[in-house]
Design a protein around this ligand. Structure first.
Ligand SMILES: O=P(O)(O)OC[C@H]1O[C@H](OP(=O)(O)OP(=O)(O)O)[C@H](O)[C@@H]1O
Ligand SMILES: Nc1ncnc2[nH]cnc12
Length: 172
């Protein structure tokens, strides 16, 4: 099966006009989930990665298994108010609504090569904020990897200085 066959598309969720790409149907299928992570591993094989950082929540289900497969660490970028130690935070807008992300101030060692991973690139708000947080902490962004890119939302334009790698694209 093609990876796209595992993804369910729900019209008008969470609000009218949004075509929601539901990855729960991929995650619940062992063969599909493994294929997705294996393909992402191939996609990033040319990069020198010390650590992967992924934004809550779906960035965890993509970033953590990818980190395990590569034998590198995983850093959770969490929604504001969830991390217990000293943090830096930044607000952002996304396709539906807005939010704030946070990282622990000691999450990254200066000069570490960081890959950002998430399930989906839409407007790019989540990932450009994640990139900025990692850079504020002294990390070197080597790329950003996604299962899905929504090309009509032009998220790449917010990431001009980042190598963006995606497995699947949707035009609406
Ligand atoms: O490119 P953007 O416009 O920023 O949108 C993409 C982000 O939106 C979704 O996360 P969401 O904030 O819905 O949170 P979730 O992972 O907790 O469901 C998705 O998992 C990406 O992180
Ligand atoms: N259309 C969409 N489907 C799934 N997740 C999203 N995150 C932002 N836009 C999305």
């Amino acid at each position: 099966m093609n990876l796209k066959d595992y993804i369910r598309v729900i019209p008008d969720f969470p609000e009218a006009g949004i075509s929601f790409k539901d990855i729960t149907t991929l995650l619940q299928n062992g063969a599909g989930y493994k294929k997705a992570i294996d393909e992402l591993k191939e996609l990033v094989a040319h990069l020198k990665i010390d650590v992967i950082a992924g934004p809550e929540a779906r960035g965890f289900v993509v970033g953590a298994p990818l980190a395990y497969a590569l034998g590198v660490g995983f850093i959770p970028i969490r929604k504001k108010g969830k991390l217990p130690y000293e943090t830096i935070e930044a607000g952002y807008n996304l396709e539906y609504g807005n939010d704030s992300l946070a990282m622990h101030t000691d999450a990254i060692q200066k000069g570490q090569n960081v890959l950002i991973a998430d399930d989906l690139l839409a407007t790019g708000g989540t990932i450009s904020t994640s990139v900025n947080l990692v850079r504020q902490l002294g990390g070197n962004i080597v790329g950003a990897a996604f299962l899905i890119e929504l090309t009509h939302l032009n998220g790449r334009e917010k990431l001009t200085d980042v190598e963006v790698l995606t497995l699947l694209s949707y035009e609406s």
